[in-house]
Design a protein around this ligand. Structure first.
Ligand code: BES
Ligand code: ZN
Length: 954
């Protein structure tokens, strides 16, 4: 039939060719071609009933793209209309328009093409057969009823796509730059000199929002080349992943206004989720170490040198990775940009890494040591992704831990390179291993690697960005690296990256390369066998060492062990030391029960040296007593990490009823003689559970008395610094000073609370002089606001609104949640619904802070329930973790009544409206049940223990 093929006119063909060569012509023709393209569209006919067609036409059976047609390269034009400055225009607009031409390869005879498109208005669609040079008649269909798939289906009428045929699909579209932090969105900030609002456009594609920017095959394995051109207003700078082409930007006039057309070089083969675009009036600071590396931010922030620290550490970390991974960073540019609004803390987009301001801008004299560590960590994390994720990508989201686990693990090595005095390689135990062990002890946890078919919808995918993926991922990699040897690990990683660069992987590929490195070193470890037990199975074991008979065995560690029998077994690399022994540590791989005669001993044995293994250790009573005795006499004979471990394991074993709760509490008695951060942090963290369970009961008084008694020596150890608002030299000592103040003040140690209030008041009386050291601000602001009333709150709120330094704003935003005044907390909760007061990216964490405050707990839970529809509409499927919200707001739940409320909430909202929070809600229910039991069984004992121990003199 004549109408079924539309031959391309010669002029149109010629203009299309020209477009690829010249930027100016590109844009002019873009507009012209666009008109032509729209006109050249064949009239859309009503779909004809299919006759005896054998080629499948229906939707694919899952949410996954069928793979019958795959993208090879895209040309994308995007034009955001917003004005960065609105003082001299009346009609700000958030529209963006664009078009995309994607070259396709047809893998099998097909009638349709599925790709993704979300919230875009399609203006034109054209499918061209490139082999025959003809346009094909198509109809398109957006499946509205199944909103999770976001499929845009292109149906080919009267024709069939040939196997191996080359096609190109043109789409023209419009969208809106919302303030929703997803896809192509808008952000704003205040210019300091003028006090005026400024706007910018930015993007966040991961995991599934590239489809909101242009129609695309939005799956990580659908890698392609991208050639992006941005048409943006004069006076703004556009950035994307790759550098601008050599020809640079050109000015054109559209409707009397000046625009710049900026063409960017074609990318390497890459996934859609790491694409990025920003259009802003930002300026940049170049790295002093290497050409092409820049840190971008608001002009005020760059002028004030807030970008210095990031610009200094980026290149050394990058070069360390180049060396460690044996592959150069493949681009000649890297932009890191601090955005006023961003969903995650940072995003690793290839060549254009986006950060929240608090994750990139370090303000000397204002930002704290904690802020600095976070900036270094997050930079190191995102840089590691340039290899793990960007160059080599998981095949599907079920193995996202190959991205996030690696980046988290490597970040510690990267930071260690630039800040060796920080000892971050020890801190991984507190920040990742300990966190992951906690979550993974719940029956509602999940394996590191889910089944591919279980991860389908955007919210399934968003739900995977959790502690297991990040922290357990990092923890098991660390374990493996010690088990097979760091050098073998490095060699295996190098060949893995090298083989799979620009393509996709599954876990097995990693194991194979690590195995090769092990074999090459003539070692005997079996990588896959060992690792499968850690990545495919949920949970981890508790290893019991009995020094009476030398027996060592493992079982699945579950907080709620009575209800769930589990027979899971792991391959557990064990490293042990023995009191008084000068021999090398005893190492072995535990699978089944063994008897080790070396362990039959009347001196203590300690397993999991430096906590390199992802498991807990239990001992016979006698050995526990010997270890506690050692802590009380000469604590330093046990490594710092292991002192923390003994406390953490004891507390968790007590919660799971392997040991008495008093044994756990006994591990904290020696702390009055320890000033190290790791054991203290471990204790503070675990006692936090007691605080959550008991701060609404009569246990609280004696508990506070005990904590006060324990912390006073530590407080006094740092007091000379604290009262002068100074800090010690060492990184971890600085952290422990904060612990000392927080614990002392929270438990009513008067010297502390007076100190906090008086420093805060000095600031309030003269707010041009800040007497509080940046490290101490968070805790001092919080304690002063907790002790104060409306005036203190209002002062902090005003400072919050006036500060342009994100790290300072974050400290104040937290401290505002510390008030005990119910009405202030209630009003503060309401503020989280108003993006002019609390930015959207901060709403969830602000509610979490309020729920952490015992006075705000119930308010926050009521608020979350009342506003659930708002939150799930605003944030689900996106990066803002609704799961985390549920998880944190229900942490204190430990009564039947609270359990009923949770169950009712679950019943009222089906899976659909819970979205990515549905697993978190199940976990909250499980945890609440466990808490109820635990409180019932332990309250009396705990009360007596605290009473007794708070009385004994120290
Ligand atoms: N790829 C993530 C950002 C992300 C997270 C995108 C979830 C989409 C969904 C990025 O690399 C990341 O992991 N950021 C972390 C910081 C990191 C230091 C743990 C974050 O934002 O918290
Ligand atoms: Zn990451």
């Amino acid at each position: 039939m004549a109408g079924s093929k539309v031959y391309i006119s010669k002029t149109l063909a010629a203009t299309t060719v020209l477009m690829t060569f010249s930027a100016i012509i590109g844009i002019i023709t873009m507009i012209a071609v666009y008109q032509l393209e729209v006109m050249s569209l064949p009239p859309t006919k009503p779909p004809e009933p299919t006759t005896t067609e054998t080629i499948p036409t229906g939707p694919p059976p899952s949410m996954r793209l069928p793979g019958n047609v795959i993208p090879e390269s895209y040309k994308v034009f995007l034009q955001p209309y917003l004005y960065t400055e609105i003082s001299n225009v009346t009609n700000q607009t958030f529209l963006f328009t664009g078009n995309s031409t994607v070259q396709l390869r047809c893998m099998e005879k097909s009638k349709n093409i599925f790709l993704h498109s979300k919230d875009l208005v399609l203006k034109a669609i054209r499918l061209t057969d490139l082999d025959e040079n003809v346009n094909l008649e198509v109809t398109h269909h957006v499946n509205e009823s199944d909103s999770d798939s976001n499929f845009l289906e292109i149906r080919v009428e009267n024709e069939v796509l040939r196997e191996n045929g080359s096609y190109s699909l043109f789409t023209a579209f419009e969208g809106i730059l919302h303030d929703d932090l997803e896809g192509f969105y808008r952000s704003e900030y205040e210019d300091q000199a003028s006090g005026e609002k400024r706007f910018l456009a930015a993007s966040q594609m991961e995991p599934t929002d590239a489809r909101k920017v242009f129609p695309c095959f939005d799956e990580p394995a659908m890698k392609a080349y991208f050639e992006i051109t941005i048409i943006h207003r004069e006076g703004t700078t556009a950035l994307t992943n790759w550098p601008m082409t050599a020809s640079g930007s050109n000015t054109i006039i559209i409707d009397g206004e000046s625009w710049l057309v900026t063409p960017f070089a074609t990318t390497s083969k890459m996934s859609t989720y790491i694409l990025a675009i920003t259009v802003s009036d930002f300026t940049s600071q170049p790295s002093p170490h290497r050409e092409g590396i820049k840190v971008w931010a608001r002009p005020d922030a760059v002028d004030a040198k807030h970008t210095d620290y990031a610009a200094t550490i980026t290149v050394p970390i990058l070069e360390y990775y180049e060396e460690e991974f044996g592959i150069k960073y493949p681009l000649n540019k890297l932009d890191e940009i601090a955005l006023p609004d961003l969903g995650p803390g940072a995003m690793e987009n290839w060549g254009l890494i986006t950060y929240r301001e608090s994750a990139l801008l370090f303000v000397e004299g204002v930002s704290s040591e904690t802020n600095k560590e976070w900036i270094a960590t997050i930079i190191a994390h995102e840089l590691a992704h340039q290899w793990f994720g960007n160059l080599v990508t998981m095949n599907w989201w079920n193995e996202i831990w190959l991205n996030e686990g690696f980046a988290t693990y490597m970040a510690y090595k990267g930071v260690d390179k630039v800040e060796p005095s920080w000892n971050v390689k020890d801190l991984i135990v507190i920040n990742e291993v300990q966190e992951a062990l906690e979550v993974d002890a719940l029956t509602t946890s999940h394996p590191l690697c889910s089944a591919e078919e279980d991860i389908q919808t955007p919210s399934d995918i968003a739900g995977l960005f959790d502690v297991i993926t990040y922290s357990k991922g990092a923890a098991v990699l660390r374990m493996l690296s010690y088990y097979i040897g760091e050098n073998q690990f490095k060699m295996g990683i190098r060949s893995y990256l090298n083989e799979f660069k620009y393509s996709n992987v599954v876990q097995k590929d990693l194991w194979r390369h690590l195995q090769q490195a092990v074999d090459d070193a003539h070692r005997l470890e079996n990588v896959e066998d060992v690792m499968k037990s850690w990545t495919q199975q949920v949970g981890y074991p508790v290893v019991t060492v009995n020094t009476n008979d030398g027996k060592v065995y493992q079982e699945h560690f579950l907080l709620n062990k009575t209800e769930h029998m589990s027979t899971l077994q792991w391959q557990v690399p064990i490293i042990t030391v023995k009191d008084g022994s000068t021999d090398k540590p005893i190492t072995f791989l535990l699978t089944d029960e063994v008897t080790k005669s070396e362990f039959k001993s009347d001196r203590w044995v300690l397993a999991n040296v430096n906590r390199t293994g992802f498991y807990r250790v239990n001992y016979n009573k006698e050995n526990w007593q010997r270890l506690i005795q050692q802590l009380e006499t000469r604590p330093n004979e046990i490594f710092t990490i292991n002192r923390g471990q003994l406390i953490d394991d004891a507390f968790n074993l007590a919660r799971a009823k392997y040991v008495n709760v008093t044994l756990a509490l006994d591990t904290t008695k020696y702390l009055k003689n320890d000033t190290e951060y790791i054991p203290w942090q471990s204790a503070v963290h675990n006692l936090d559970y007691f605080i959550l369970m008991f701060d609404r009961s009569e246990v609280y008084g004696p508990m506070q008395a005990y904590l006060r008694k324990q912390v006073i020596p530590l407080y006094e150890y740092f007091e000379n610094y604290t009262i002068h608002s100074e800090v010690p030299e060492s990184h971890t000592a600085q952290f422990n000073q904060i612990n000392a103040i927080s614990v002392a003040c929270a438990n009513g140690f008067k010297n502390c609370t007076d100190m906090a209030s008086s420093l805060f008041n000095r600031w309030r009386e003269n707010d041009t002089y800040q007497p509080i050291h940046p490290n101490l601000k968070t805790t001092i602001y919080c304690n002063a606001i907790a002790a104060g009333g409306e005036d203190e709150w209002e002062f902090a709120w005003e400072r919050f609104q006036n500060s342009t330094v994100a790290t300072e704003r974050d400290k104040l935003r937290y401290a505002l949640s510390c008030t005990k005044q119910i009405w202030l907390l209630n009003r503060y909760l309401q503020y989280t619904l108003d993006p002019n007061k609390i930015r959207k990216m901060d709403a969830v964490s602000t509610i979490i802070y309020i729920a952490r405050n015992v006075a705000g707990q119930a308010l926050a839970w009521d608020f979350v329930r009342a506003q659930w529809n708002y939150f799930s509409q605003q944030y689900d499927g996106g990066i803002i973790a609704l799961g985390e919200l549920i998880d944190e707001v229900t942490l204190r739940f430990s009564t039947e009544y609270e359990l009923q409320q949770l169950k009712q909430f679950q019943a009222e909202h089906g899976e659909d409206s819970l979205g990515s929070a549905s697993r978190a809600l199940e976990q909250a229910i499980e945890r609440t049940e466990a808490n109820i039991k635990w409180v019932k069984e332990n309250k009396r004992t705990v009360l007596e223990w605290f009473r007794r121990e708070s009385k004994t003199a120290y």
